[in-house]
Write a protein that binds this ligand. Structure first.
Ligand code: TYM
Length: 334
């Protein structure tokens, strides 16, 4: 049994970075691995405080996976919150995880850096325990399913390494009775796809507010892409294609011939960024229009999406229940 597992947190509308970093690679892996893909709704609770919005984003992430081609008969597809074993194991593994490791986690460190830059005295201001424990819960997501590979974008690699580390700590103590499998992250190896840039050139991220949603209506997509900042080199002069986020995005989503041609035209001079933006918008519409139609049909459904996720959770618990029993037995609980 070789297992691929990944999750997306419903904290916003799914965007191009999620698609390139996780959804597409995960769907490819589903051809050769047993696959378990889920919606990390309890992870979203570290930031989302609006119940309707949390529900909406949860449905939206679910519909995105399905629209992108996830086959629920082949992939176990579920909501994290439907698996009580995840939370029980979360306590157990937080007792094995060192606090120092959590102190060094990127998201927590970034929150402290922001407070430092803002001149706040309390560097932990605004940090809840959920954010601090985030990597433990994520380790549980992975370890409870015996995952071998975890397809993620580069920003999540540290978390997968933490899962491996925590598994190692557990195994070192209880390994004669129970051993967790050690997972590895797989990241897309196509240069720019490592970390897809957002509209401001930084990593596309919900927390930076620079995302291009997968399913924006055409008019707002055009507007959004037109607003991407570019340098002010005049149209007739040569430009460096690699200096601009629009070109990096076009490289990923445009037809190969078009990309080669645009690179040459930009480098030679005579092509403006406005035209590249129009090319990018057209490329995105061509690629995602069929998905968008499926997405909208799924979002319009009543309880079908919930029923499907409930069914996925039943399947998932066939794995999590016996595993948790073995862990409890190994540690002397119950
Ligand atoms: P999340 O919801 O922030 O992102 C979902 C996936 O999208 C990838 N990604 C990107 N990849 C390339 N370029 C980008 N600009 C970009 N932005 C996002 C992320 O790397 C991720 O793979 N902690 C996770 C959710 C999670 C999880 C798990 C993942 C919870 N438990 C267990 C794997 C296994 C997260 O916040 O992803």
């Amino acid at each position: 049994r070789k297992v691929s597992l990944t999750g997306i947190k419903p904290t916003g509308e799914p965007h191009l970075g999620n698609y390139i970093g996780a959804i597409l690679p995960a769907l490819r892996l589903a051809d050769s691995y047993e696959s378990l893909y889920f919606i990390a709704d309890y992870h979203a609770l570290t930031t989302i405080r609006d119940r309707d919005l949390l529900r909406h984003y949860t449905r939206s992430v679910a519909a995105t996976w399905l629209a992108a081609g996830l086959d629920p008969d082949r992939t176990t597809f579920y909501r994290q919150s439907d698996l009580p074993e995840v939370f029980e194991l979360s306590w157990i593994l937080s007792c094995m995880a060192s606090k120092g490791l959590m102190n060094r986690a990127h998201a927590y460190k970034a929150a402290r850096d922001r407070n430092r830059e803002a001149g706040k005295e309390d560097l932990d201001a605004g940090v809840n325990m959920g954010l601090f424990n985030y990597p433990v819960l994520m380790a549980v997501d992975i370890l409870i399913m015996d995952a071998d590979v975890v397809p993620v974008g580069r920003d999540q690699v540290q978390h997968v390494e933490y899962a491996a580390d925590i598994a190692g700590s557990f195994n070192a103590v209880y390994g004669d009775r129970f051993k967790f499998k050690i997972p590895t992250a797989v990241i897309p190896d196509e240069g720019s796809a490592h970390t897809l840039p957002g509209t401001d050139g930084r990593k596309m991220s919900k927390s930076y507010g620079n995302t291009i949603p997968l399913f924006a209506p055409e008019a707002s997509l055009r507007k959004l892409i037109r607003r991407i900042p570019t340098d002010s080199v005049p149209v007739e002069e040569p430009k460096d294609p690699d200096s601009a986020a629009v070109f990096t995005l076009l490289e990923r989503f445009g037809a190969p011939d078009l990309v080669v041609d645009t690179r040459a035209r930009l480098s030679a001079g005579g092509m403006g960024w406005g035209e590249v933006k129009a090319q990018l918008t057209d490329a995105l519409i061509t690629q995602f229009a069929p998905l968008q139609e499926r997405y909208e049909a799924l979002m319009a459904q009543g309880s079908e999406l919930d029923d499907l996720l409930a069914h996925g959770a039943d399947k998932a618990r066939k794995q999590t229940r016996p595993l948790l029993e073995r862990v409890r037995d190994a540690i002397g609980i119950g």
